[in-house]
Design a protein around this ligand. Structure first.
Ligand SMILES: Cc1cc2nc3c(=O)[nH]c(=O)nc-3n(C[C@H](O)[C@H](O)[C@H](O)COP(=O)(O)OP(=O)(O)OC[C@H]3O[C@@H](n4cnc5c(N)ncnc54)[C@H](O)[C@@H]3O)c2cc1C
Length: 513
């Protein structure tokens, strides 16, 4: 059978695309774990949309462009902010239970947003409510769902998509599926790093699959590190939402001193990259592995009502956050780069689309504004399905600046002493050499080791080995781009080129040659 739509992934991007596409034809979702294995369900803070009385799409645009630090595609951002209220209305209609105050949708504020514009559900359980609502809708529909089936290859015929190959993790066999439209909604790549907020599924698969199929990959040097991730010995990394600072929490160093006013005029609500770097400086200065968020001055009911998940999680691990400081450190959080698309979610390969965190639509530029990613997923999912209905393909609004740099992975000097690749050695390498602060020497070393690893990877046969191969390739793309960009901008900080340069107001686009 040839499906109209095959959608790879079952986070917000995949599920929402599927729910829209089912109105137009046959739909198959293929996902590599169970339906709710994804980053979406971990999203806490919320989803941004200019629906408040003192807000406007123009203001949302301004904040998004400021965070993106000169690399956003303005047209894509305009689409994002203008279409946001309609997509929120769709989510409400689908049953997402956004929190309300006095009968109106409640809004909160996060770093670098100039007004209250973040909708949330269940306090800090926004992602979970979205994921549960959408997955229930999918299960109740005629959409076909294949779980525990990582997609391992994109099949191309005459320069267009024919379908995919997927591994059935129960039987160990592979199967091919054909379609007219293939939508990659495979999420991010946080598993590149030793410390990450991301779930296990975030292994850059979509980026690696698309690259191997000949798609353009862009902005890979921009990886956002969340500044405040719980840092307790033996406890898995757990995000302490920016909204805690939005509600009045402040950062203190290991000596208990407030430090953010020393680094940025917006103090604790400065953009994420600024806060992450400031925390790193304070950690180095004080010789400590963490700083603290102090939320003890907030009324108890604000913490328990607005942040029930965070409150409960910390309490379960022996920390009463209404009375005690919360130890936090930065961790890898969100990849701004990905499979390059235009504003209709199309890639450079006919029939291949990308949406959600795996895509690079151009809305985030060099740094994502908090709570814009759930929004991006629903706005561009809708446009993908709308675009597939048009008789003639929609006019492509290229998400590019004029003088982008186009290149391929360059051949590397292969070191003889590279240790054998493993997930933990890859994550340690990326954290140490392609992390919050980079420089040429470290990046070159990482690029050489990664090239050596890629050469000696055995033929993948199961999910972990496919994921490792995808991570190594994704790491190579991120390292190559970071090495090429000789400036600091947004989330990409080079200690050997610490200023941004007008000459670098362009994208690095990598594609197989
Ligand atoms: C802790 C945390 C908090 C966050 N908070 C917020 C927030 O408050 N607001 C906000 O806007 N954003 C937030 N984000 C970011 C946001 O959650 C993600 O960017 C967004 O959920 C990505 O959605 P997605 O559908 O693209 O990917 P995901 O939700 O990660 O889904 C990807 C899907 O693809 C599947 N998949 C991957 N590879 C394959 C393969 N090879 N074959 C088959 N299936 C595959 C996965 O199993 C998964 O189902 C947060 C992220 C984290 C980790």
């Amino acid at each position: 059978m040839k499906y109209d739509y095959i959608i790879v992934g079952s986070g917000i991007a995949g599920l929402y695309t599927a729910l829209l596409a089912r109105e137009q034809g046959s739909v198959l979702i293929i996902t590599k774990g169970s339906i709710d294995d994804c980053n979406t369900k971990h999203a806490q803070g919320g989803i941004a949309a200019a629906i408040g009385k003192d807000d406007s799409p123009e203001l949302h645009l301004k904040d998004t462009l400021a965070a993106g630090d000169g690399l956003c595609d303005i047209e894509a951002v305009r689409i994002l902010v203008n279409e946001a209220p309609a997509r929120i209305a769709d989510l409400v209609n689908l049953g997402v239970p956004f929190d309300t105050t006095n009968g109106e949708i409640a809004l909160t504020k996060e770093a670098a947003h100039s007004v209250f514009r973040i909708l949330h559900a269940g306090g800090d359980a926004t992602g979970e409510h979205i994921e549960v609502t959408l997955s229930q809708r999918v299960r109740a529909s005629r959409i076909q769902l294949l779980e525990d089936c990582p997609v391992t290859d994109i099949l191309i015929e005459q320069e267009a998509v024919r379908g995919v190959r997927a591994l059935d993790c129960h039987t160990g066999s592979t199967e091919e599926f054909e379609c007219r439209f293939l939508v990659l909604a495979t999420g991010g790549a946080g598993q590149l790093y030793k410390f990450t907020t991301n779930s296990d599924v975030a292994t850059g698969d979509g980026i690696a699959l698309a690259y191997c199929a000949g798609a353009e990959i862009t902005d890979m040097e921009f990886f956002q590190f969340h500044p405040t991730v719980l840092h307790l010995p033996g406890v898995p990394p757990f995000l302490i939402s920016e909204a805690v600072r939005g509600e009045g929490g402040v950062l203190r160093n290991a000596h208990g001193r407030r430090f953010m006013p020393d680094y940025a005029p917006e103090a604790d609500l400065a953009p994420r990259d600024v806060v992450a770097r400031s925390i790193l400086y304070e950690m180095i200065k004080t010789g400590s592995g963490h700083v603290f968020i102090d939320a003890t001055q907030l009324p108890r009911y604000v913490i328990t009502n607005r942040f029930p998940q965070i409150y409960r999680f910390c309490l379960e691990h022996g920390l009463e956050i209404t009375k005690n400081l919360i130890p936090v450190a930065p961790a890898a959080h969100y990849i701004m780069g990905g499979v390059r698309t235009n504003s209709w979610g199309e890639t450079n390969i006919a029939g291949l689309f990308a949406v959600g965190e795996t895509a690079c639509t151009g809305v985030h530029g060099a740094n994502r504004l908090a709570s814009n990613s759930l929004l991006e997923a629903v706005v561009f999912a809708q446009r993908i399905v709308e675009g597939t209905l048009k008789e003639t393909p929609p006019e492509t609004a290229a998400s590019s600046l004029n003088d982008d740099i186009h290149s391929a992975l360059s051949p590397r000097r292969i070191p003889k002493t590279a240790p054998p690749p493993s997930l933990s050695s890859l994550q340690a390498l990326l954290w140490d050499k392609v992390g919050i602060m980079r420089n040429r020497k470290d990046l070159t070393k990482a690029a050489d080791i990664l090239a050596a690893w890629q050469k000696c990877l055995p033929q993948p046969k199961d999910r972990p080995s496919y994921e490792l191969a995808n991570l190594v390739l994704t790491a190579r793309l991120a390292t190559e781009a970071a090495l090429t960009r000789e400036e600091s901008r947004g989330a990409h900080f080079r200690s050997d080129f610490s200023q941004s340069s007008h000459d670098w107001q362009r994208h690095i686009v990598l594609a197989k040659q």
